[in-house]
Design a protein around this ligand. Structure first.
Ligand SMILES: [Zn+2]
Length: 154
């Protein structure tokens, strides 16, 4: 049973990005942090880069830009920070994974062969999911605890 620990500050910052957007386009990026026995501990994230393709209903992340940012984090952390998942927004939509979202999450865990977490922010909602590669399954996570400025999902 994998749990995911998010600093509340990160959740707030990502949520605010919908309101702060001038274009109304979807946004997204990587979630980075520490992979522990039964916990994914998120410590940082990347924001949209100029090579990404974004419309109000689509966000296609380019590995360019995000990969460099993730590598910088990895080096700075003494090679301990790992790629734990992704976040993206659904401005004006629901915080529910689309068919395209599910497909791309499956592709990612087939590549990493590790559980990964995925967040979707809508104007007022939040979806948190855990995608497992073996067996391939997606589980919606619930908030189970909040303290010390962080929220545990499981
Ligand atoms: Zn989506």
């Amino acid at each position: 049973m994998t749990e995911v620990l998010f600093p509340n500050a990160i959740i707030d910052e990502l949520r605010r990005r919908i309101q702060a957007s001038r274009t109304g386009n979807e946004q997204g990026g990587l979630l980075l942090g520490y992979r522990k026995a039964n916990t994914l501990q998120i410590t940082s994230y990347t924001v949209p880069q100029k090579w990404d393709y974004a419309t109000p209903v689509l966000f296609k992340r380019s590995m360019r830009g995000h990969k460099k940012l993730a590598l910088n984090e990895w080096r700075r952390s003494g090679k301990t920070v790992d790629w734990l998942g992704e976040w993206h927004t659904h401005p004006g939509g629901a915080a529910v994974p689309s068919f395209t979202d599910r497909q791309s999450w499956q592709r990612l865990v087939l590549h990493t062969k590790k559980p990964m977490t995925f967040l979707i922010f809508s104007d007022h909602g939040l979806y948190a999911g855990l995608q497992q590669p073996i067996p391939m399954s997606l589980r919606q996570l619930r908030q189970i605890e909040e303290n010390g400025g962080a929220t545990m999902f499981g």
